[in-house]
Unconditional design. Structure first.
Length: 402
């Protein structure tokens, strides 16, 4: 029976199957424009700006001021876009425009689709079943693939009457709005934390002792005063292999990035990382590649990373981790990195140990750490709420479409 598992009770007719060309009112490719990161009044939406169902503006390129632009390429609220060319994994992305910018244009790698209800089709074409159908008609290689319009028009989908489409789209749009609000809250909390870190680590903001007295002046410390290197080659093949990421710190290595089979001398390729040890990547320290092992076990990472722990009687772990990843220190790492080519600049560990900075007493470190940890907990709660909402939406997409 052609009906979804989850449905509004006032609707009962079966879904009908159509080829996309039957449902489409119009379709059109954008213009072939030159573009760059030089800002103009003509932002250009390209394939990289399409997520699955939404628009990504983390990187925007612009059409030059002197280029002739077709007015038909101006994007309007509710326009639905289909990515015709990309990698095999990403080709066929579908996203809807919700006035993310006051004005924008789209290029020739995007096909603008017009249906009776674009918002419903945005949800439908991002279900797992639809993604499988779209991937099946993609042609090309893993790195360069295309979905041609003639093949797209033949794709068959099942849809309800327009009234039901409208109700489903309104309901799921409300879910998207909730996710958007939570995401914005997460971003604001993260920005607040960064702002407070900047003030705390630069001593613009100071805590007082429990008795209300002022803490003393911060001491200037050389890093080797409290950092102890751990350089133990891992000889145990059963020790789990981990990696260091800027976003998540020391984390289990996913199968996707598992490259141990490429390592010839596995007996001398990895270092031990003990619980609460720090790990830094000298090549990417200036981007924030430093983290801590929060696993309650010894793991191993590439020997090209530096592993160390702290003298807790001088600097506390959480204080240092937060301080080491702050914007203040990222700017410092960039200033101190060495190398003739920008892309190969690094912070050698021997130099890292000679860095010096001001540190508060242990009691003030603890107060700063507790304050920032409280913000972290709030950020984590919102992050979990976002994931729960996304999981709920994924379940709805599976059950509200056929």
């Amino acid at each position: 029976m052609s009906v979804p598992k989850l449905r509004f009770k006032e609707f009962t007719p079966e879904y009908n199957e159509y080829e996309l060309k039957t449902l489409l009112k119009s379709y059109r490719l954008g213009g072939n424009y030159s573009n760059s990161e030089s800002k103009t009044n003509y932002p250009l939406i390209k394939m990289g700006n399409l997520n699955r169902g939404s628009i990504n503006l983390s990187k925007i390129e612009y059409i030059p001021e002197d280029e002739l632009i077709d007015s038909q390429d101006i994007i309007q609220f509710g326009d639905l876009f289909f990515n015709t060319r990309n990698t095999l994994d990403l080709v066929g992305k579908v996203a809807i425009w919700r006035n993310e910018l006051p004005i924008a244009y789209y290029n020739s790698n995007l096909l603008k689709l017009e249906f009776e209800n674009n918002f419903y089709m945005n949800f439908l074409l991002n279900t797992e079943k639809s993604l499988e159908k779209l991937k099946a008609i993609a042609s090309g290689t893993t790195s360069v693939a295309a979905i041609y319009t003639k093949d797209l028009l033949k794709v068959k989908i099942r849809v309800p009457h327009v009234e039901e489409q409208t109700k489903i789209a309104s309901f799921l749009s409300a879910v998207d709005e909730k996710i958007s609000q939570l995401t914005q809250k997460h971003e604001l909390l993260s920005q607040y934390k960064q702002g407070m870190m900047q003030k705390l680590f630069s001593q613009q903001l100071r805590f007082k002792a429990d008795d209300g007295s002022e803490f003393g002046e911060w001491d200037k410390l050389v890093f080797d005063k409290f950092i102890i290197e751990r350089s133990i080659i891992s000889k145990n093949e059963s020790t789990p292999l981990y990696s260091l990421t800027i976003e998540n710190g020391v984390t289990a290595k996913s199968e996707r990035y598992e490259r141990e089979f490429l390592v010839k001398d596995t007996g001398n390729a990895y270092k031990e990382v003990h619980p609460l040890d720090f790990v830094m990547n000298p090549m990417n320290l200036r981007f924030g590649a430093i983290g801590q092992n929060f696993e309650n076990k010894i793991v191993k990472l590439s020997k090209y990373y530096n592993v160390f722990y702290l003298d807790q009687n001088i600097v506390k772990d959480y204080y240092f981790l937060t301080f080491a990843k702050s914007k203040l220190m990222i700017d410092f790492y960039n200033q101190m990195s060495t190398g003739s080519l920008i892309e190969k600049r690094r912070n050698h560990f021997k130099d890292f140990l000679k860095y010096e900075h001001y540190f508060p007493c242990l009691e003030e470190q603890t107060k700063i750490a507790q304050f920032l940890s409280t913000i972290d907990q709030k950020i984590e709660v919102v992050a979990q709420q976002i994931e729960q909402a996304k999981t709920w939406k994924k379940g709805l997409l599976q059950q509200m479409f056929v």
